[in-house]
Design a protein around this ligand. Sequence first.
Ligand code: ZN
Length: 202
Amino acid sequence: MDQTKTGRFIKEQRKQTGFTQRELAEALNISEKTISKWETGNGMPEVSLMLPLCKKLNITVNELLSGEKLDEKHYIEKAEENIVSLASDRTKPITKTVIAAVSCILSILLSMAIVLTASFVEMPSWARIVLISAAFVLIFCNIALVLVVAVNTEIFTCDKCGEKFVPSLSAYILGPHTFLRRYLKCPHCGKRSWCRSRIRKL
Ligand SMILES: [Zn+2]
C-alpha cells in the first residue's frame, strides 16, 4: 500500500464529488486536519472510517487502498495484494511493540524490587553492590530494547531526494535530532540531510 498514492486519490475523488475538506470532514464527523493528513500521505483513514469515506467519494475500499480506480480485470488482483499488505502491515509492528512494552514494564518492576531489596534487607555490602549493578544492567538493556523498537517503528524521508528509508540502529542512535527530524545519510542518494521522521503505520 502506498499512503501517498492513496492520499492523492482521496484528494482527487473529493474534488470530483464536489466536497471541500471542511464539508467532507463534517460529513464524516472528523476534523479537517485529519482529511488534510490523509491527502498529504501522512496517515491512512482508520478502518472504521473507510466504508463511510468510500461511500462519500463513490469508490470502493479496494480502490481506496490501491489509490486508483480499478477495472474489473485488476480488481481481484489488487484486492489480494491489499489484503496481504494490510495483514503484514498490522501484525509485525504491533507484536514487537507489545513485546517491548511488556518486557519494559516487567524489567522496571524487577529493577525496582532489586533496588528495594538491596536497600532494606540485611546483607553483606558486596551482595548489595552486585544487586544494584544487576538493576543497572537491567535498566540499560531496557533502554537498548526501547531504542531497537523505536528504530523499527520510525521511518525517515530524505530531505534531498524524498525517498523513505529505515536507518541502521547505530546511525539512528548517533544522529543528531530534533523532535521531528534526524540528521541521517540517505541510502538512496547517499546525501546527508535532516530527514523527517514518521511513525510507521501500526
Ligand atoms: Zn536521498
